[in-house]
Design a protein around this ligand. Structure first.
Ligand code: GTP
Ligand code: ZN
Length: 362
């Protein structure tokens, strides 16, 4: 029935529900669960969930590692939530904010065996909602009735999983001339994904030849560096140096990708910064939050380049992973153009960590 939401639309709806703190229902071959994000859990909803059955907290293995708790489900762990647990207990397990003040949060009872697919799907959804990667779930045979009674979104896990891994098609919705300080021949394109996800931008300078390598930069959004001149990173100077270089060159394309905080979102990036103030480096901070070093999906950048008709690039980057991801996606990287600007006393440790742990060429 064409009026019914498609699987990608159901996933987008579930993501929005989790962001608001609304429960969703996850249905798989082995059962049904009601799930809610740990980050915005309310006491009322916790009490309602607990009345349905045993509450389980699903977190990533990265976060479990910080908590020194075993993770028996590869990249995730499932903890039994004690009957006496409050939402504060759950959120303290999910979030590292209070780790220094209260390092001993356990003992944790990790679940082993059984099906963890609904838990895994819930974590994927919280990540794509740019929340802390943690969800609470209650398995109950009443879940579908509850969904019908309360209008909850039902996600069929096995059918939806391939779409969670798939890149949604992106479309050039509109483009218009925008004269820039770096070049009066600027044009801004807005790319919108089909899945209700964030829009990305392409800044085209001049009229780059589609049959020759284009001077290109894939810039991941950094609201602190790009907008406010934060000295904690080198993003702002890199953004402006790249545009200036394209202006001097007469042509180029800068993709401004909405992948804030290496894909973990604004709030989580600020959580990572708070951890860095406690002495953790940029990679350790991501891990303590439950994320991998880099959660960005560079297929987006490659897809936009292809959509614009580009097949080969002279890529302005210091990040070898970006080059590798482009090549994997069929974009030929003819040359790497180094972009070494914006070093200062506040970001020297950050840049050194990127060189040491992420292989950045500095
Ligand atoms: N999670 C996290 N993200 C950060 C931190 N500092 C900066 N970022 C984000 O990192 C991203 C920087 O991306 P890019 O400018 O593409 O940098 P890069 O991957 O080092 O590659 P090149 O600049 O091309 O060499 C932006 O999304 C920033 O918001 C941090 O400490 N933690
Ligand atoms: Zn930055």
């Amino acid at each position: 029935m064409s009026l019914a939401p498609s699987l990608p639309e159901l996933i987008a709806r579930a993501r929005a529900d989790l962001r608001m703190g609304v429960p969703i229902v996850l249905r798989s071959a082995t059962g049904t669960s009601v799930a809610i994000a740990a980050e915005n859990l309310s006491n009322d909803r916790l009490i309602s969930l607990a009345s349905l059955g045993d509450v389980v907290l699903a977190i990533t293995a990265r976060r479990a590692e910080t908590l020194k708790a075993p993770a028996y489900d590869n990249n995730i762990a499932r903890f039994e939530v004690p009957k006496s647990a409050t939402k504060e207990w759950i959120q303290a397990v999910a979030s590292p904010e209070g780790d220094l003040a209260t390092p001993m949060k356990g003992p944790f009872v990790s679940q082993r065996g059984g099906c963890a697919e609904r838990h895994r799907a819930a974590i994927k959804l919280t990540k794509s909602a740019r929340l802390l990667p943690a969800a609470i779930l209650v398995d109950t045979s009443e879940a579908l009735d509850l969904a019908a009674a309360h209008g909850l979104t039902i996600v069929p896990v096995e059918d939806a999983s391939p779409y969670m891994a798939l890149l949604a098609p992106l479309h050039d919705i509109i483009h218009a001339r925008v004269p820039l300080a770096a070049s009066e021949a600027g044009r801004v394109h807005v790319f919108r994904p089909d899945d209700g996800g964030e829009e990305h931008f392409a800044i085209e300078i001049g009229k780059p030849d589609r049959d020759a390598p284009v001077l290109a930069r894939l810039h991941s959004a950094c609201f602190t560096g790009d907008l406010f001149g934060s000295l904690k990173c080198d993003c702002g100077p890199q953004l402006h140096a790249a545009l200036t270089h394209m202006g001097t060159n007469g042509s180029g394309v800068l993709l401004y990708l909405n992948q804030e905080g290496r894909g973990i979102g604004h709030a989580n990036k600020m959580r990572a910064y708070a951890l860095q103030d406690q002495g953790y480096d940029t990679v350790e901070a991501n891990h303590r939050l439950g994320f991998e070093d880099d959660e960005r999906d560079f297929r987006i950048g490659a897809a936009i380049l292809k959509e614009m008709g580009f097949h080969s690039v002279n890529l302005m980057t210091n990040n070898p992973a970006k080059i590798a991801r482009m090549q994997e996606q069929g974009i030929v990287v003819v040359h790497r153009v180094p972009l070494e600007v914006g070093k200062n006393s506040h970001n020297s440790a950050y840049l050194a960590t990127k060189a040491k742990k992420s292989g950045h060429l500095l």
